[in-house]
Structures are given as C-alpha cells and as structure tokens.
Design a protein around this ligand. Sequence first.
Ligand code: ATP
Length: 444
Amino acid sequence: MSKKKPDNTMNKIVSLCKRRGYVFQSSEIYGGLDSCYDYGPLGVELKKNVKEFWWKHMVQMRDNIVGLDSSILMHPRIWEASGHVAGFVDPLVDCKTCKGRFRADQLESSVCPNKPSKMVSECGGELTDVRQFNLMFKTQMGPVEEGATAVYLRPETAQGIYVNYPNVLQSSRQKIPFGIAQIGKAFRNEITPKNFIFRMREFEQMEMQFFVKPGTDTEWFEYWKEQRINWYDELGIRKENLRFHQHGETELAHYAAAAFDVEYKFPFGWQELEGIHNRTDFDLKRHQECSTKDLQYFDDVTREKFVPYIVETSAGCDRTLLTCLVDAYEEEELEKDTRTVLRLSPRIAPLKAGIFPLVKRDGMPELARKITDDLKQHMMVFYDEAGAVGRRYRRQDEAGTPFCVTVDSESLENNTVTVRDRDTMVQERINADGLLAYLRERVE
Ligand code: ATP
C-alpha cells in the first residue's frame, strides 16, 4: 500500500465537502454569495466538535478562565476607541483594464481575472493609486434610515471581552492573572476573499484574552504560545505542518508589542491559523479614556492599582476546520483501487460510527437498528443499509467516520459484531454488549 497527497487537494476537498455535506456555497441556488459558506450536516458536527475541544482546553479545564458571549452589535464608540474606525484598513487598488479590485500588498499572489495564467503584478493592466479601504461592515440601528445610528458588525470578538472585563471581574471573583474566552461570529469585508473557507467575509473566531500584571506579560506570552501550538497537536494536526511565524516591526498591528502566528502548511502555502498577541494595556487604556470609566485593577495583596496587560490568543474556527480537513485528506492506493479517506481524529470526527446490517433480511436490520438506537444516546452514529457493505465502508471513509460496525449472521447467533477501523481497515469481532465501551475508549 502506498500513500500520496495529490496536488489538486483543494479542489478535491471542496468537492468532497459538497458531496458529503461538510460545506456548501452560501445561497447556491441563486448563484452563490462570494466568500460566504454554509455548513452541512457533517460540517456542523465537525465545527461543534472543534469548538467544544477548544472550550474544554481553554475554559473547562482551567480555574482561571471563564466564558462570555457578547453581542455582535456594540456601541459604535467601541470601534473608535479600539482604533478600528481609523485603522482597520487594507490597501486597495483597482485595475482600469479588467475592473478587478485587489489588495495592493497581494498583487504578487492575486490572479488576473483577464489573464488567469498571470498574476496582477505581471499582467500589464493599469492600476489606480492605492486607497485605504476599511474592512468593517457598517449598518444602521433604528427604524428610520436617516435618523438611525450607524453601527458595525464586529470585525473581532475581542472588544466584547474588553468592555465586559469589569463585569466579569466582579461577578466571577477572578484575580489577575485570569482570562475570558469567547467563541463567536466576526465579519470583515475582505477585498480578495479566497481559498474556500480560509478567508471569508463572515466567519467565527475562538478568542481568549488573558489579563496579567504589567511586567509579567512576556512570560505569559511564551506560556500561551506553547499551549496553543500544543492544542493543534492534540487536535490531531501533524506537527510537521505547523510552525510559528514571528511578526516583524512592519507587520505588527497597532495594538501589539509582540505577535506570533501559528501557521499551517496549506496546499496554497504556509498561512496563519491563529494569532498570539501581546496587546499591552492599549485596549483597556483606550476604553478607559473614551468611556471615562476606571478600568484599573486593584490588587488587594500588594495594594497596587494598574491597568492590566493583555495576552490574546485568537484562532479562526473555520480555518481550523479547513486545517483538519486538509491534514486528514488522503488518497490511499490499495491493491485493486484507490480509496479517499479523511483521517480525522476520532475525537472531532462528525460521526463516530456507521452501523450496518450485512444484508437487509434475517433480522439483521432489527439488531443493527437496536444497536444504533442504544449508541445514539451517547454519540453521533449513522445507520446505513443501502448498497454493498464495501461501498458503505467507503462512504464512511470519505466522511471521516473512524469505525464501522457490521451485524452479520453470526451476530444473531452469539451477539457479536465486527468493528472495522477506518485507518487500518482491520476488522475485529467483539461482543455487542461491550461495543459502547469499546468505541468510547477510542473516541474520547
Ligand atoms: P489575515 O492576515 O489572514 O487576514 P489577521 O492577521 O487579520 O488574518 P486576526 O485579526 O489576527 O487575523 O484574526 C485572528 C484569526 O481569525 C486569524 O488567525 C484567522 O484564523 C481568523 N480570521 C481572520 N480573518 C478571517 C477571515 N476573513 N476568514 C476566516 N478566518 C479569519
């Protein structure tokens, strides 16, 4: 058996996502809406599992991090204070020849719509001067358009955490150092969204803001770097496809004293998965100034008052999901044919097991259904009796389901079933009474 990663991986993943119900183009029957995507039956499970795994690591297993779910629409002054109104911009150019619109800093990697074999930097089209384009979506609040207040769809979830910091501090009785975690939608009017769900205009972030005493920020920054890269490892992502990228002086965001990205080796190159930033006291000081509320922390042991520094870990949920799919995708050459298999970690796989009667008679469907109903109380499983059992295995291989349980004539005699492992394709016969424990041990 030999294994290979095909070159055309992204196209194959996009079509697998549609075929198996992971991700669909948004508004497809109307021609689609650029850079917006919908998660199908398997996609929604995978996304839920990724988020739960993040939440478990960042909140559930720690005493000093608590959760929050702040609203998407917030007071517009928040975005003035944060610097987004003035500074959340990308440089934009238009091509006078093809009328395309591009990010001025990505001309080398943007394909010319008129000459798809050339990049915009080399196609010869005449470009306008660079303009700064704000990425925030603006809308209005209130029934009458003229008198309504302009509000923004949040471009990051972090600000909802900063403005709630006094509420959380008081209600949860945390002491510094402590963190607030949040998973939620963010919106950016990206100039050139591309690469499927890698760059979307509506996406989900998993962010944690860690409040520390000034002077201890570098130490905590190092701690979180380590924690976060290890998390991807535990998620099942191959280590050799992960690395850090340190931001140089010119790359640093306006709020950051230090920044590292966790990057993944996508088929289209090394790209950011998550940002780990030392945001200093920039955000809280700005909110203190603009809201005129005292956001200092009082340390009742040392009797000191200070505005905390913040170390942020900001991950994209959709990018993580794409990473899981890319890293798991494989075409495996077998003796007679090739199979497509998604080697997702069982922990995050949407379906934990497929349950099949070998044939649709002799009481096998009834027993397989009973096993399915019992397992459903504990995990996502899928009953399938359609077609040859070999094809049913292959469908589950593509869907990333780690185990397939088959009920055959022997099952009716001695209450045993076969369990096939997705990765090795090896089958084991076990007693049906021990099936739940068997699957649990391997899935959890
Ligand atoms: P990029 O340089 O790729 O635009 P960024 O540095 O602007 O990303 P951050 O502001 O640090 O990204 O956001 C944190 C995380 O949110 C990113 O690491 C990414 O995983 C996710 N993210 C940001 N923008 C998008 C997007 N348009 N689509 C999907 N995920 C995104």
